[in-house]
Design a protein around this ligand. Structure first.
Ligand SMILES: *[C@@H]1O[C@H](CO)[C@@H](O)[C@H](O)[C@H]1NC(C)=O
Length: 321
């Protein structure tokens, strides 16, 4: 590298321009938006990621996150899809197949390779660069619940409807008995939607119930909505559950078992992120903010600008006797 820089010294201004141009274009393609997926739970979570039909892929479809770990994935322009957390996963000693008690994607491996989340699972759903150039996102309990999830946008556009959303309550123990999923070793591990538990058109918003005016909230959907007022509790719960960001470089922090202490509320008139009348019992309460910031890699623009400056300085020293 040093030899190349020395040989290029007479062309230093051009080389510098090229490096800066490369840095800017790399940032434009890969680094403008991102997801930082963090595990604040006291147990290991295996995030699963499914890209929508026709969407570009994210860099991973699934991986393991130990407690306190986080991982940042750059988001390609126009990405749409869903992220969720798989819990209680293990590799079967006899078959070698990897499987999870909740959120399993059927791949038999740590990556999901196009597999979808088996309900019940708390889903974080995204459509980047959608209608009007906006990013749309929500946290959905329409397919049930398995662990607390927070989506918090960060960047110049945050504020207004570009606000944190999620379901921060632990709804496993609180789950109505006829929706509860329990394992003999772990007790309550997930909470089904009424649609999955009973399969009726009324709860699933199918057939005669397939419109916002005919599919109404039920006592079951209200259990989810009371605990998590900003999350989708049934299919037509759009009014209070869809959020949008306009920023060109919004970073989305997706945190499993978030600490409620660090959460800022959104615009006035938005439903609260946490229902103050309900006790929060989820997750361990370690603060995650500092760990997330430390784990985030510097952007490629910063790294490449640094390289450009070093090259320019080296070139300057080489031609100045
Ligand atoms: C908070 O929870 C209580 C009890 O479940 C419920 O009556 C109330 O409507 C909830 N508030 C919101 C904003 O969802």
């Amino acid at each position: 590298m040093a030899a190349a820089a020395a040989a290029a010294a007479p062309c230093r201004p051009l080389a510098l321009l090229l490096v800066v141009a490369l840095a800017v274009s790399v940032r434009g393609v890969w680094c403008s938006k991102s997801f930082t997926i963090a595990n604040n739970c006291g147990y290991t979570v295996w995030p699963g990621i499914l890209s929508g039909a026709g969407s570009p892929e994210l860099g991973s479809t699934g991986f393991e996150l130990a407690p306190g770990q986080s991982r940042t994935l750059p988001a390609p322009a126009g990405w749409s899809g869903r992220l969720w957390g798989r819990t209680l996963c293990a590799t079967d000693a006899a078959t070698g197949r990897f499987a999870c008690a909740t959120g399993d994607c059927g791949s038999g491996r740590a990556d999901c390779a196009g597999g979808n989340a088996a309900p019940p699972a708390t889903l974080a759903e995204f459509t980047l660069d959608g209608s009007g150039g906006l990013d749309f996102y929500d946290v959905s309990l329409v397919d049930g619940y398995n662990l607390p999830v927070l989506v918090a946008p960060q960047g110049a556009g945050a504020g207004g409807n570009c606000a944190p959303t999620g379901c921060l309550a632990d709804l496993n123990a609180a789950c109505p008995a006829d929706l509860r999923v329990a394992s003999s070793a772990e007790g309550a591990v997930a909470c089904k939607s009424a649609c999955e538990a009973f399969g009726s058109a009324e709860y699933c918003c199918d057939g005669a119930y397939g419109s916002p005016s005919t599919c109404r909230p039920s006592a079951y959907s209200e259990f989810f909505k009371n605990a998590c007022p900003r999350a989708y509790s049934y299919a037509y719960d759009d009014a209070t559950s869809t959020f949008t960001c306009a920023g060109a470089d919004t970073a989305y922090a997706v945190t499993f078992c978030p600490s409620t202490a660090s959460v800022k509320s959104g615009a006035q008139g938005d439903p609260p992120l946490v229902n103050g009348t309900m006790a929060y019992t989820g997750g361990d309460q370690q603060q995650f903010g500092a760990a997330t910031a430390a784990a985030r890699p510097p952007s490629r623009l910063v790294v490449l600008l640094g390289v450009a400056v070093v090259l320019a300085l080296a070139g300057g020293r080489l031609i100045t006797p």
